[in-house]
Design a protein around this ligand. Structure first.
Ligand code: NAD
Length: 491
């Protein structure tokens, strides 16, 4: 068993209370290590270190081009250590090595993009209606940013927050998921060795309800950037409101993948199957509702079932595996509960619907890719986020019907549209309530383009140029250009 430590002020730091949580490999279901079960006192230490680094450490004196250069170095560190970092992710979350390696190899793009922006955040001199005054704007970093991440794509979702935050000159305390803390700890150690000054990036591990709440509630934290479920997002938002803190929330989804009868149906079938079963459905943008035009329903479902039957479950490190185990037992139980709801509510099972034996012989955390047909959008399986390999097929009659069903959801993260009708594409892109619309493709994201949710899928965006403004605040400076100072200063 390995014992990991928090990373605070540039050093491995044991939790003050001496408590640890086991962390295990979801494929073998064996605990391989212990991570600190940190508490408020550990969050205090990390925030104090980040605050010192923000105010008086070398980082506070870094010029904008120097911050850009540091971000490029971080990009290089990730590229050089991609295999090791991807293996750490797989050991904790069970997603396939080929997926995690591909993901980790793309993470440098985020650091490179925001490195390029670091020295392009211009202040401005404004025209003035006060002839004797000059007015200019400064864009300043906020301070210590608390970053809370989930278990499905830990280092990537950290990059979405950390890259713009550092480019803007902030410092960070990260609370990774209790299931997948090892990668953030190793990443922090690597970038520390590469020259990121002590205190700029700190990592404290433990439970959301303990160190997570203490960190996001901390009065010296200037902003919280959270990715996770709706319950955690609401708790963070409520505590931030009490302290008037800005937050960004990237939460769940129940994204529709809408297939019209004029689409290239083979592409659409592949898009729908990949959209839900990629990452075993453990993706915030999983296309978990397939809305299919009634005229093609039977043939399309038959093709979905055929493609799904070819998905190979197994060892996530094996190159032939398409889907690894569910990331943890809690999530496995949640998926099985949701499958039970679909049965109870009268949906028809087209395939899957059960636990699959562990290829190693034991009762592993494998769920067969599952398709339900005959789903009404009001059923729990169509309204609740499963976060697992479960697809609900819902027929629709026409465009208006598709829009109504798609938007009849508490969530609004993504929506896929499969059609060759260009006018329909633009009509529907305007009407669908989702932060990302994918037309004849699915799940495309980029550091260049903002990503985020409508409705309960969250607040704010990650990615894109404007995003950096969310990690800054604007100061307006007024100068009197004369020697004539009035006795009073009317507003
Ligand atoms: P989760 O909400 O259980 O945990 C996410 C993180 O929040 C963890 O680090 C957890 O410890 C922490 N946390 C939980 N409660 C907290 C609290 N009260 N205060 C502070 N921190 C708290 O989510 P999860 O199960 O790890 O991840 C799955 C969820 O994340 C799904 O709902 C999924 O859709 C969502 N997600 C969203 C996106 C996105 O970009 N929109 C991306 C990935 C995952």
């Amino acid at each position: 068993m390995e014992t990991l430590h928090n990373y605070i002020d540039g050093s491995a730091t044991a939790p003050a209370g001496g408590d640890y949580l086991e962390t295990s490999n979801p494929y073998t279901q064996e605990a391989w290590g212990r991570i600190p079960r940190s508490q408020a006192v550990d969050a205090d230490l990390a925030v104090a270190a980040a605050r010192r680094a923000f105010i008086s450490g070398p980082w506070a004196r870094f010029t904008a081009p120097q911050r850009g250069a540091m971000l490029r170095k971080i990009a290089d560190v990730i590229a050089e250590n991609a295999e090791e970092l991807a293996k750490i992710e797989v050991r904790d979350n069970g997603k396939t090595f080929k997926e995690m390696l591909g993901q980790v190899k793309r993470i440098p793009d985020w650091y490179q993009f925001y490195a390029g922006l670091a020295d392009k955040i211009n202040g401005s001199v404004l025209p003035t209606d006060r002839p004797d005054h000059m007015n200019y704007l400064r864009h300043e970093p906020l301070g210590v940013i608390a970053m809370v991440t989930p278990w499905n794509s830990p280092l990537m979702l950290l990059a979405w927050k950390l890259a713009p935050a550092l480019a803007a000159g902030n410092t960070a305390v990260v609370k990774p998921s209790e299931y997948t803390s090892a990668s953030a700890l190793r990443f922090a150690e690597l970038v520390g060795k590469a020259g990121l000054p002590a205190g700029v990036l700190n990592v404290v591990t433990g439970l959301g309800s303990e160190v997570g709440a203490a960190l996001t509630n901390h009065p010296d934290v200037a902003k919280v950037a959270f990715t996770g479920g709706v319950a955690g997002g609401k708790a963070v938002y409520a505590s931030a409101a009490a302290q008037m803190k800005p937050v960004s929330l990237e939460l769940g989804g129940k994204s529709p993948n809408i297939v019209f009868d004029d689409a290239n149906l083979e592409n659409a079938a592949r898009g729908v199957v990949g959209g839900i079963f990629g990452s075993g459905g453990q993706s915030c943008v999983a296309g978990s509702r397939a809305l299919v035009h009634r005229s093609i329903l039977d043939a399309f479902v038959a093709r979905l079932v055929e493609l799904t039957s070819k998905i190979r479950l197994g060892d996530p490190m094996a190159s032939e595996t398409d889907i690894g185990p569910v990331a943890n037992k809690t999530q496995f139980d949640r998926i099985m509960t949701c499958i039970g709801w679909a049965r109870e509510d009268g949906a028809s099972l087209a395939c899957g619907g059960e636990q699959v034996p562990d290829p190693r012989g034991g009762p592993g955390l494998f769920v067969a890719p599952t398709i339900f047909t005959g789903v009404d959008n009001s059923m729990r399986i169509a309204q609740e986020e499963v976060f697992g390999p479960v697809l609900s097929v819902i027929p629709f009659n026409d465009e208006a019907d598709a829009v109504n069903i798609a938007n009849d959801s508490a969530f609004g993260l993504g929506a896929g549209l499969w059609t060759r009708d260009v006018s329909r594409v633009h009509r529907m892109a305007g009407l669908l309530q989702a932060g990302s619309i994918w037309v004849n493709t699915y799940k495309v994201t980029s550091q260049i383009s903002p990503f985020g949710g409508y409705k309960m899928s969250g607040l704010g965006r990650e990615g894109g140029m404007e995003m950096i403004a969310d990690y800054m605040q604007t100061k307006s400076v007024w100068l009197n250009l004369t020697d004539d100072v009035p006795y009073n200063f009317p507003l």
